[in-house]
Design a protein around this ligand. Sequence first.
Ligand code: FES
Length: 319
Amino acid sequence: MRDIMKVLIKKKLDAALDICAFELAEPHGQPLPAFSAGAHIDVHVGDGLVRQYSLCNHPEERDRYLIGVLKDPASRGGSVAMHALKEGDMLEISEPRNHFPLQAGATHSVLLAGGIGITPILCMAERLAHIGASFELHYCTRSPERTAFQDRLAATGLAACARVYHDSVPDQGKLDLAAVLAQPAAGKHLYVCGPAGFIDAVLAAAKTAGWADDQVHREYFGNVIQATDADGAFQVKLASTGQSIAVAADQSIVEALEAAGIDVPVSCEQGVCGTCLTRVLEGEPDHRDMYLTDDERAANDQMLPCCSRSKSAVLVLDL
Ligand code: FES
């Protein structure tokens, strides 16, 4: 588990309908650890809930972290608990970590955001504008009132490169993914963040248009772990001791290990954050996460045991 630090909620603002922005600061005014565009922090929301939020302020700022939180009544309680917080409250967070960095030296960047997925994308756009890099930003929301950070999108340096689309205002035009992604080229990079359905649609369109996997970068906010009737029991063997642990069909590997007294650090428990990443020494994982790339999955030498399972009867883990 990453180091945890306490921060003060210095400001809480309404960024849009059901979206709050929180400005977090070190309680004694000390500088916060540096971050780069696309980074996120884990926020310990209480009752053991940990959620990942992308940082959406300028990466050169060291006096604050800004996060945007969508209130999602369908969530497991993290966003509702976050919205109940107020200015002056303290929060426990991790240091920033970046699984969604900008690629250095890109000739052009296509940034696509769906809903609250604007948070890392906005940070990336401002960074690209700041260094004078070529980019375009497409931001899809349900309606104008659910569109966060409109003032920043309208700012000089961004406005000319950013386009916003609302489901509720079809006359303004819809995002034409095929057209936006029509011309993959060496040095061009595509970044997408938003709900799983939005990301999947973008990834499918990028594949159809011929984008190479290593030029397409995505960040999921949450992963709905699908249990299927085909889920079976299997054994996990610990390389360090040779101990075998049975994983029942309705149990995750992490749960089975925990029941046997073996702690694997976890955070999101949704296959999104990478905290539980574990090396696989033998056997074939059944990957259910949103963290590993297709190439990393195909290599079969690491897995996220909070959500992934096994295709083979036995998995030997580097534990
Ligand atoms: S705990 Fe986040 S990926 Fe497993």
